[in-house]
Design a protein around this ligand. Structure first.
Ligand code: ATP
Ligand code: MG
Length: 557
């Protein structure tokens, strides 16, 4: 019998309680990215969490661009974020919103606070503001503007809106408590002057709301019930609650915080990824070495593998980190049965079978995936000249090397036993051609006399092979040294994070399209590069190698 383990995360338990207590009768969540960069694996956690919760409770999921800060936001980011969220499988239906669409309502909300005596215009500059704020051990001092009359505040705030002040000359502050133990409650700034065009509202506004004021209003307007965010907002929750209460929204949303997802030894933060892009260290936001969502996609990750990974990471309030090995485990598991297993000779070396008839071609049947017969079979040509992986031949092998070397007999996968009889070097001293003989009695890769060989290697028939480029990746940062340089905070880069190699692949891959993915036998999963691959110049990114050091910690959830 199917046995379902009921292990609910702490957010689900809170929601269950809210529903049982009648605090809410429906569930509405949102993902609120700021369009100032591309999404990364950490955002994927937030997206899948919010989307998953809404779906599980039969509620609604909102996609909302938190575009209240015109300085860093760009339309390019809006488009990429939408694409990434759709790709991850979070469907917002017709619930697509922009915080900037609520600028009128936010302005009105600020006016309401002024009318209630809960907000005032301040003349302090940023420096003075800091001095007046006090410290953790000392209460703040009253802003000279704090005593202004409601009428004066209304007039000044309107003048701010009408462009009568320069940037930084005036701000609107919430009137809360300058002695609060929570610094966020010491009369936080809620509106500032910024003469700046906005990607959505253009020149309409020269004042913009601050995040802590705008966010609860956005949630309340949309009827969000559970506003899930990361732990750094925990100290902001009293302000969030103050805003929704002061504005008397009929169904106040509730903020719940969870821990961010971090990957060990991996550059995750938007700020750091942006720097790598701007410094030209990577090939854009979608560089396959990045854990940006588009980078992972270009690398060959699937939405299913990312969903599985996020599920394994779990949701909690305690900071924790996950290993890249777990993400790699998830993609291997996802692709294992889905993808064709084909031959590719990387750093190719030519093999000539001297006793094989010139001009003869045999077609050998290969299973497309030994573990999944549903993928069928294909006919692969075999002939006198083949390519093998450079790593599968050594002129002078070390101990325990069971592949091809002079005098050794190995199995050519599904074909014949071949014995190496010698090799030739090119002018530079590199191995150019390996000579072999084959045993016609061993067709299919088995010997009728029971003769055993220790190595089995894969191959591609030379006249039919298609040349391609493969890109092999390592961590962008040097794990031995740690991600960040202790002295200046810069990244400790790994000079070997990208290696480009030549290879020959089976003819059947000649027309492979962007994102098509295959297992290259013994070498890993590879995916056609979406940017640089073209007909006649195929480029494959190695998604992940086949070897794994990762063990699933539990009984295989
Ligand atoms: P970064 O931390 O990379 O600078 P951000 O928090 O500035 O990202 P936003 O666009 O503000 O990026 O994030 C949108 C949502 O994604 C927020 O609710 C934020 O809490 C969440 N989020 C960001 N990073 C992570 C992470 N590492 N794990 C889980 N959720 C995250
Ligand atoms: Mg943020």
């Amino acid at each position: 019998m199917e046995h379902e383990t009921v292990s609910r995360n702490f957010i689900e338990m809170e929601i269950d309680k809210d529903l049982a207590d009648g605090v809410y009768d429906t569930v509405c969540t949102r993902f609120p990215p700021e369009p100032n960069g591309y999404l990364h694996i950490g955002h994927a956690k937030s997206i899948l969490l919010n989307y998953g919760i809404a779906k599980q409770y039969g509620g609604t999921f909102h996609m909302r661009f938190d575009d209240t800060n015109p300085t860093k936001e760009r339309a390019e980011f809006v488009a990429s974020i939408k694409e990434d969220i759709q790709w991850l499988g979070a469907d917002w239906g017709d619930k697509l919103f922009y915080a900037s669409d609520y600028f009128d309502q936010m302005y009105e909300a600020a006016v309401t606070l002024i009318r209630k005596g809960l907000a005032y215009v301040s003349d302090l500059d940023a420096q003075q503001m800091r001095e007046y704020r006090g410290t953790l051990t000392q209460p703040g001092r009253e802003d000279p503007g704090r005593g202004r009359s409601i009428e004066e505040n209304l007039a000044l705030f309107e003048a701010m809106k009408n462009g009568e002040f320069a940037d930084g000359e005036k701000v609107l502050r919430a009137k809360i408590d300058m002695a609060s133990g929570n610094m966020n409650m010491r009369d936080p700034v809620i509106y500032r002057v910024a003469h700046m065009a906005h990607h959505n509202t253009g020149e309409d506004w020269c004042i913009y709301p601050m995040y802590d004021f705008a966010h609860p209003i956005e949630d309340a307007i949309e009827g969000v019930t559970h506003s899930l965010c990361t732990l750094e907002f925990e100290d902001h929750r009293p302000l969030y609650d103050w805003v929704v209460q002061s504005l008397e929204y009929p169904h106040p949303p509730r903020q719940i915080e969870f821990a961010k997802l971090y990957l060990n030894n991996v550059v995750t933060g938007k700020r750091y990824i942006k720097k790598l892009v701007e410094d030209g260290i990577v090939d854009g936001w979608d560089d396959p070495r990045l854990v940006s969502v588009c980078g992972l996609r270009r690398r060959g990750y699937t939405p299913e593998s990312i969903q599985k990974f996020i599920e394994l990471c779990g949701v909690s309030k305690a900071h924790s980190t996950a290993d890249m090995a777990m993400l790699e485990y998830c993609i291997r598991e996802d692709l294992k049965l889905k993808k064709m297993r084909v031959s590719a000779a990387i750093d190719p070396v030519k093999v000539i079978i001297d006793n094989y008839p010139q001009g003869q071609v045999e077609y050998l049947e290969m299973e497309n995936n030994m573990e999944n017969p549903q993928l069928g079979v294909r006919q692969v040509p075999f002939c006198r000249e083949l390519y093998i992986d450079g790593a599968d031949f050594m002129p002078e092998p070390p101990k325990k090397y069971f592949r091809l070397f002079p005098g050794n007999e190995v199995r050519f996968m599904k074909a014949y036993y071949l014995t190496c009889t010698g090799f030739e070097r090119d002018a530079d001293g590199n191995v150019a051609v390996v000579h072999c003989t084959y045993d016609p009695q061993t067709k299919g890769g088995n010997s009728p006399d029971g003769r055993k060989v220790k190595g089995t290697i894969h191959w591609v028939a030379a006249p039919f092979a298609v040349e391609a480029e493969v890109r092999l990746f390592e961590n962008l940062v040097d794990e031995e040294k740690g991600v960040y340089n202790k002295e200046d905070g810069s990244l400790n880069l790994n000079p070997n994070s990208l290696t480009k190699k030549t290879c020959y692949v089976e003819q059947g891959l000649a027309d492979a399209q962007a994102y098509d993915s295959f297992q290259f036998i013994r070498n890993g999963f590879f995916c056609v590069d979406s940017k640089d691959s073209a007909k006649g110049h195929l480029v494959f990114n190695r998604t992940v190698s086949l070897k794994s050091s990762f063990k699933l910690p539990t009984d295989g959830r």
